[in-house]
Each structure stands twice: as C-alpha cells, then as structure tokens.
Design a protein around this ligand. Structure first.
Ligand SMILES: Nc1ncnc2c1ncn2[C@@H]1O[C@H](COP(=O)(O)OP(=O)(O)OP(=O)(O)O)[C@@H](O)[C@H]1O
Length: 533
C-alpha cells in the first residue's frame, strides 16, 4: 500500500488543505509528546532532589495539556478531513464521468462501487492512516535523536531494534495486499450483482428464479464475509506481533538503564528520560500497523479512483449551432470491440418540426440518437447541434417527488416555477392525475417511476422535455410500450413539442410517422433515406 499517491493532491485540490493540516498537527503532537517527557523527567528529578517543583510542574501540565488539546483538535480535524476528501473525490469522479462519452464510462457495477463504498472507504485512510503515517515519519526520528543526545547506549538499542517494526509491518503488508485486493473485488462483485438483481427482481420472480438469486447473493456475501474475517484475523495477529516486538525493545532499554542506575554508572535524569523517550520511538510505528488494515480498503479504492480521474477523457468536439439546428455529416460509428461498423456515413439535417426515423430492429437508430446527443463520439464525421434533450427508451426517473423529477428538465436544473410545471403537466395531460394525488407536485414516486403506469411515465418524461430549455428534443421510441389510445395521447404531445422545437423521434409507429414533417428510414446501418421531406 503506497503511503500517499501524490496524484490525489494534484487531481483533487480540495484534499490539499486537509492533508497538510493533518500532517502539521501530527508533527506538533510529536513535538509536544517529546516535550512532555522532558518536562516530566525534570519534575520527578526535582521531587527526588527536593528542588522547587513549580517550574517543572507548570511545564509538565502545560505540555500534557497541549498534547491533549492537539490530540482533540487532530481527532476533529481528521474526521472532518476524511469526510471532506471523500466528498471531494465523489464530486470529482461524477464530474469526470459526466464529461465522458458513454464508450469511456466504467461499467455500472464498478462505477457504483467506486462512487459509494469506494469514496467512503477513503475516509479512514485519510482520517486515521495518513495522520498515523505523518506521526511515524516525525516522532521516531526526533525520539531517537533526543535519546542519542541524552543517553547514546539507549539510542543505539532503539536504532538496532526500531527497523524491525517497519520491516515486519511491510512483510505483513505484502502478504495481505493480494487479500485486500480480493476482498475489494468481492465487494465490487457483490454490489454489482445486488444492483442487477434488484433491478431485475420483478422479472426474476415472474420466472420463478428469485430463490436462485437468493442463493447466489448468499454465496457472494459469504465470500466477502470470509475475506473480511481473514483480514480481521490478520489485523489482530499483526497488531499483537508489533505490540510484542515494541514492548520487548522498550524492555531491553529499561533493563539496561536499570542495571546502569543500580551500578551508579548513570544519573537518574538521563535514565528516566531514556525510559520515557524509548516508547515514543515505537508507538507511532505500531499505530501505523494498527491503522493499516482499516485503511487498506481505502488505499485500494483510492488507487482505483485516482486512476479513473487521471485517465484521459477524450473531449467531444461539438459545434454549437443556431436554435433548433441538427446537422450530421458523414457519421461513422463502430461500438468499441465490435469490429462491425454500425453507422457508415449517415447524413441528416433538420432545423424545425418533427422528424421520424424508422428502420429494422438493431440497425442503429438508438445509436444514432446517442451520437446526435453527444453521448457517443463518432469515429468519423461531424455533428453540429443546438443544445439537445434526449429522452431515451428507459428515461431516468429517480426516487423522489414528481416536482424533483420534472425539475431535472428545467433550465440549469432550477426547480422551475410551480406554474410552469403545472402548464407542462397540462400539456401532456397529466395535470388531473397529479392534482388528484394527496401531495400534488410533492408526491413521491419510486425509483424508475415506480407507482406510475407506463403511459404516465412516458407523459412525465415528455413534460420534462417541455420544461427543458433545449431547442432540440430527441425521442427514442416514446410510445413503444403503450396501448393505441395512450400512444395517441402521447403523439399529440409530441406534436405540441414540435411546434416550437426540433423533434427527432425514433419510432415503429406508423401513426407517429404520419404526423411527421420529415421521415427518414435507416437501412443496413448506412444511409438515411429521405422518405418524405
Ligand atoms: N453497448 C453496445 N456494445 C456493442 N454493441 C451494441 C451496444 N449497444 C447496441 N449494440 C448493437 O448495436 C446494434 C444497434 O443497436 P441499436 O440499439 O442502435 O439499434 P436500434 O435500431 O435502435 O434497434 P431497436 O429498433 O431494436 O431499438 C445492435 O446490433 C446492438 O446489438
């Protein structure tokens, strides 16, 4: 596990402040600890020699107080820094993915794990492991230096035994690295599988496959549980081993000092100071070992997140066009890894009204809309469009209020005025339904529009398109799953949309094609044939 990937500070500037502050307080704590040991020695020696106690007592109290205060500040700072860094990472990750086209996005399970457990796992890494590392880098060298000045034989014992701790910790780290990776992968598999199962639950239950999924989830969870228990066992064992090694080393110093004190070959002050300073050289390294296991997941996640943030994001060169214009010239597109060119030189130009696109299933209509919307980058060719609002075949309706779901379409994501929302709902014929709900616009709907019929979902996403400020609306089979009567209602809404904006709709419905101002047919995945213009 690398101590700190410097790319973190470059890619997430918000992490710089918290990490530097943590490093600063860690170093100060170390200095205060050593100071407190010196002051305590002075106090004991003064007491033994019957000298005035006030001075050393004040110093001891002040330094122990400062040490306690610093520990308290560091604890709060660490918790806040952990949360700040993980939030910043999550934001950067989402912002990076938003800039990418679909072909350069990670798969859903990996994206979900990185953005949720991944960024959360970074918290203990930042709040506990990093401060421990800083303290381990600052305090032991200071303690050894002080020991060499105060009593060089004790310093020598510490110099000879101290490297055993990091060496032992590194050996444990190497042995557990593959384990941590395996556990992280098991967690990733678990969340990806769980997401898929939850999404497909109705279908799985309908086909009587629910029970089998329970068994699969149990098996994957069991794998994760076993891996976690193995890590915990290792964590306890390695902490105990480091503890033993450190205690033995301190004991050696104490025994040697004790013998020299008994023989009178050493003064009380350096002897006591050596015994107090010796543990200070070991505990920071023991602490790193103890924090290592709780931070290992975070380090693994951080490495993946930083790789993801650092990956080049190909930018889509899009030319902005006057309101309503869509111009595609000689578009070529092949799905990464497919080897078969799906779009082979498509041309399309429109600047108003309704254009319908038809074509055999699998010919590439959805892909064409995604290229026009900028979600996919053409391999060749050029797209010039005004801002686009895409209503996909499975449009996003998140768990939340109707108002919140509609607001996603409003300009700049603002909530839009209540009047505008009601007007959009009226135009799609949903105002009556929403007004009849107990909480109106503030009524909750479930994930994926749960609680609404397929027709109501189709109308709601069209209302959202009406609220959007985009002058180009792309619709992918907007009435695919509706009965003829509901489809007719939605077709009327599309007509309304097309009076003020450019609407391009992929459809298999002849009724919608009949309403279109322009109709093109995609054949063989190559050229659009202008059927009507
Ligand atoms: N992510 C993907 N990776 C590789 N191939 C894909 C991917 N998505 C779609 N395809 C393939 O590209 C082809 C065109 O898909 P697309 O969804 O664009 O067709 P379509 O014309 O909209 O079909 P339909 O009318 O059935 O919706 C299909 O053969 C499909 O298997």
């Amino acid at each position: 596990m690398s101590p700190l990937d410097p790319r973190l500070l470059r890619l997430v500037p918000q992490a710089r402040g918290p990490v530097l502050l943590l490093a600063g307080t860690g170093a100060l704590q170390g200095v205060a600890t050593l100071g407190a040991a010196v002051a305590l020695t002075a106090l004991v020696v003064a007491a033994v020699r019957d000298e005035p106690l006030t001075g050393p007592a004040v110093w001891t109290a002040a330094l122990f107080g400062a040490r306690g205060l610093l520990a308290w500040v560091a604890e709060g700072l660490a918790a806040r820094s952990g949360a700040a860094v993980s939030t910043a990472l999550r934001e950067r990750l989402l912002a990076t993915w938003l800039e990418r086209d679909t072909d350069h996005l990670p798969d859903r399970a990996r994206a979900l794990t990185l953005a949720t457990q991944g960024t959360t796992a970074v918290e203990p890494y930042v709040s506990r492991y990093l401060p421990a590392l800083v303290t381990a880098a600052v305090v032991p060298p200071l303690a050894v230096l002080a020991l060499l000045v105060v009593d060089w034989p004790s310093g020598l014992v510490v110099i000879l035994t101290l490297p055993l701790l990091p060496l032992f910790a590194a050996l444990i780290g190497m042995a557990t690295q593959e384990d941590t990776r395996r556990r992280w992968r098991a967690l990733s598999d678990l969340s990806g599988h769980f997401l898929d199962v939850v999404r497909g639950l109705p279908t799985l239950v309908a086909y009587g496959r629910g029970e089998r999924q329970v068994r699969t989830i149990t098996a994957v969870s069991e794998k994760h549980r076993t891996a976690t228990m193995r890590t915990l066992r290792l964590a306890f064992l390695s902490s105990a081993a480091l503890e033993l090694l450190a205690s033995l080393s301190v004991a050696i110093v104490a025994v040697i000092v004790g013998i020299r004190l008994t023989h009178g070959s050493m003064d009380l002050a350096p002897g006591l100071l050596a015994i107090l300073l010796a543990p200070e050289a070991y505990w920071p390294i023991r602490r790193v070992g103890a924090e290592y296991h709780s931070a290992a997941d975070g380090a693994e996640a951080l490495a993946e997140i930083v790789d993801e943030l650092d990956a080049p994001t190909p930018r889509h060169e899009r030319r902005n066009a006057p309101a309503g214009l869509v111009r595609a010239r000689d578009l070529h597109y092949t799905y990464p890894g497919s080897g078969r060119e799906l779009l082979g030189g498509v041309d399309l130009e429109t600047s108003s009204g309704l254009t319908t696109i038809t074509g055999p299933s699998g010919v590439g209509k959805t892909t064409l809309l995604e290229v026009l919307a900028g979600l996919r980058r053409p391999d060749l060719g050029e797209v010039t469009t005004a801002p686009v609002h895409l209503v996909s075949q499975r449009p996003f309706l998140g768990a939340g209020t109707i108002c919140g779901n509609l607001a996603l379409g409003a300009p700049n994501g603002t909530s839009g005025s209540g009047d505008a929302l009601w007007e959009a709902l009226r135009q799609v014929g949903l105002d009556g339904v929403v007004a009849g709900l107990p909480e109106g616009l503030d009524s909750d709907i479930g994930d994926d529009g749960f609680g609404l019929s397929a027709g109501q979902r189709a109308r709601l996403v069209l209302a959202r398109a009406l609220l959007s400020s985009s002058t180009v609306i792309l619709l992918d089979e907007p009435t695919a799953h509706l009965d003829p009567a509901s489809a007719e209602g939605v077709h009327e809404v599309i007509d309304v949309l097309a009076t003020r904006r450019t609407v391009i709709a992929v459809t298999h419905r002849p009724e919608l094609v009949a309403r279109a101002h322009r109709h093109v047919h995609l054949t063989g995945g190559t050229r659009l044939q202008e059927v009507r213009s």
